[in-house]
Design a protein around this ligand. Sequence first.
Ligand code: HGA
Length: 610
Amino acid sequence: MCGIVGAAASRDVVPFLVDGLKRLEYRGYDSAGIAVVAGEDVRRVRRTGRVSELEAAAAAEGLHAPLGIGHTRWATHGGVTESNAHPHISVGELALVHNGIIENHEQQRQRLQALGYAFESQTDTEVVAHLIHHYRAQGASLLGALQRAVKELHGAYALAVIDRRDPGVLVAARMGCPLLVGLGEGENFVASDVSAIVSATRRVIYLEEGDTAQVTRDAVQVYDAGDAPVVREVHVSDVSLASLELGPYRHFMQKEIHEQPRALGDTLEGIVDAGGFDPALFGKDAAEVLADVESVQILACGTSYYAGLVARYWIEAIAGLPCAVDIASEYRYRPVAATARQLVVTISQSGETLDTLEALKYAGSLGLVRTLAICNVPESAIPRASRLVFYTRAGAEIGVASTKAFTTQLVALFALTCVLARLRGRIDAAQEAAYLDELRHLPGSVQHALNLEPQIALWAEQFAPRQHALFLGRGMHYPIALEGALKLKEISYIHAEGYPAGELKHGPLALVDEQMPVVVIAPNDALLEKVKSNIQEVRARGGQMYVFADADSHFGPSEQVQVIRTPRHVGTLSPIVHAIPVQLLAYHVALARGTDVDKPRNLAKSVTVE
Ligand code: HGA
């Protein structure tokens, strides 16, 4: 969603800000803007649409300055217009960018209007600019005014502010939305995401909830929620510039699909190196936290939720623990019958998904203290709010449609299953060794699945003109059908639904005709014969079937039934292998339809608003 980048330097920072905003584009946005303090003026350029348009406008206006802030906006309050785009300026003096939502913006707006402030936008954000200006006018420093203002805000924010009266100073604040300070050589930065500043530095300080910071080109000072100076740890980010570049691929989604063998291998490394399913994989005191767990509650959104649905099959079957999976935005608002010894597992690629974070906090308010985060971004909010953590090592995921984050989450969840099973005495050393072996072979099987791309691209041509599609699966492959349908919807805009194959005759069969492609996930497992019967039901109604069947299943094509042979059945980890063909199908259908694969309309990468 929204992105922030800011810089205090001695060079012209405008090209750096533009470059940073381009690196934040993947998060999804609808407009962008830059403000700088140049000489005695604060100057601003904003545009709806792409950062490249903003870049051209900034060049046309001759914008150059050593201090500035930039923003990509994903509108929550007020339409997608230039006047609603950030930065917002108060009285021609200070400029501000904001990620998040100010919940008490209406009261603040009335108060500030009564004080004489004129509003130019419909956003919730503009009140913050005027509020800081108001305290500034009463004699506070820029930092002091920010610190007073944020105490009157309800909601979530990451803020960066500059003022023409303080030409070298950038101030920032964080509550509920990520914000970090980057430490350069004779220049310093702020950003909502390390990718925005990685061309200049990888040394970062992650601000904590309630922190504010003052950043100049040669000094950084962070203050805690009580405005006392604090020293925060400096981290060296492992995000590399190469991971943010496309390389030989057409899209980041394609690159990330193909990176899966490596991403899985990297994620597996810790497990394989530990030589087994050691609880310590999840944190120092994991053995103690996990030992007496009586049930598991998984909380997540979107694709991560589907990872949770797969894990339920594993956790119940292998660890023998009851497992519930909830969509975070539902869980957080319903009265929950929590049991004390429940393990709460949150799954989020970014670690900033607001609904998941709030669901975790809600679980905490119910007294659920055994919490575990599965996340791809170090030091993000959800792991920091959790007792135990497993970091997937997928690397930066830029495409809005999640691919490698999903499959690496599944590896983490499988490892969790095995740890729980081991602690409960449900698996012996031989079984543990067998599961480890399956994991070791996983990257190879995924590579085989990737090799199916040319065949899948041919199917995609047939899908491209369609308006609807059904995805069917059974057992632990039912969530893969859901994920396949979601991927297709997200990037090709074809309406698609995932169903448990056995559920067809209870409704969706009514939709089937020769115009409706039906994708079937048909692994060579105990449910294969059931799936075959479901295929016949569709065939009898004229449906066109596209079946992904394991190489060892002897499942052949027939009239109306096309088959692509996936690798030999890999057993328990089969959902991970079967995720690959549905990702490739969605990608190639989107290509054939000419959609914006990496930035599908209306969607954002990290969903940091409710
Ligand atoms: N509420 C602000 C910022 C929105 C945001 O953070 N989106 O991710 C606005 O609507 O401008």
